[in-house]
Design a protein around this ligand. Structure first.
Ligand code: IMP
Ligand code: MG
Length: 187
């Protein structure tokens, strides 16, 4: 099946994504106006956040540093077991700085929980998360704090691809966010 033929429906178009990223960038810029003076590191989680972090960062009006980590969760293609492995650590020293984790999606919350705990041991001034998508129905651990974290959209419990998100390394570069046909992953 072609890439587009695997898409059930488009959830967010390029225009809708662009508008949401602008809104998030404005809120983050406002919230971190003072903190950014003490050092702000945006940590993008590879590979899913590549487009989100590059769009978000270019809209921020506050100084910041960019860094990346690559993580991998054990499990099948669509189900995480909760065990997370570091594939590549970031280069920045985050001691005494503000950290904003930039993630594509929070599903069970295990990846984010692992990351928050790990980064906390490096003694940054603060840690918060900016996540583009969240599946509230699937959350197993409460990792999201509305007063501290930033979020784009709450989405239904479907497998989502595009704008960085993949299924088995496919579909990442689609410019929109789409729902994958179930027949692609339920065989
Ligand atoms: P967690 O279950 O919150 O730990 O999420 C683990 C990872 O699974 C996320 O960072 C994504 O990379 C991936 N993931 C979860 N749901 C989806 C989805 O609907 N599409 C693509 N990737 C997903
Ligand atoms: Mg991810």
């Amino acid at each position: 099946m072609s890439e587009l033929g695997c898409i059930e429906s488009v959830l967010y178009t390029e225009e809708v994504i662009d508008q949401k990223v602008r809104e998030l960038a404005e809120i983050v810029s406002e919230q971190y106006k003072e903190k950014a003076k003490e050092g702000l590191v945006l940590v993008g989680i590879l590979k899913g956040s590549i487009f989100f972090i590059s769009d978000l960062a270019r809209r921020l009006t506050i100084p910041h540093q960019l860094d990346f980590m690559a993580l991998s969760s054990y499990g099948s293609k669509t189900v995480t077991t909760g065990a997370v492995r570091i594939i590549m650590d970031m280069r920045a020293d985050i001691y005494n700085k503000h950290v904003l984790i930039v993630e594509d999606i929070v599903d069970s919350g295990y990846t984010l929980q692992f990351l928050q705990n790990l980064l906390a041991t490096r003694k940054p001034r603060s840690i918060a998360t900016c996540v583009f998508l969240r599946k509230p129905e699937r959350m197993k651990v409460q990792v999201f704090d509305e007063t501290r974290d930033f979020m784009g959209f709450d989405i239904p419990n479907e497998w989502i691809v595009g704008y960085g998100l993949d299924y088995d390394e496919r579909f990442r570069s689609l410019p929109f966010v789409g729902i994958l046909k179930r027949e692609v992953y339920e065989k």
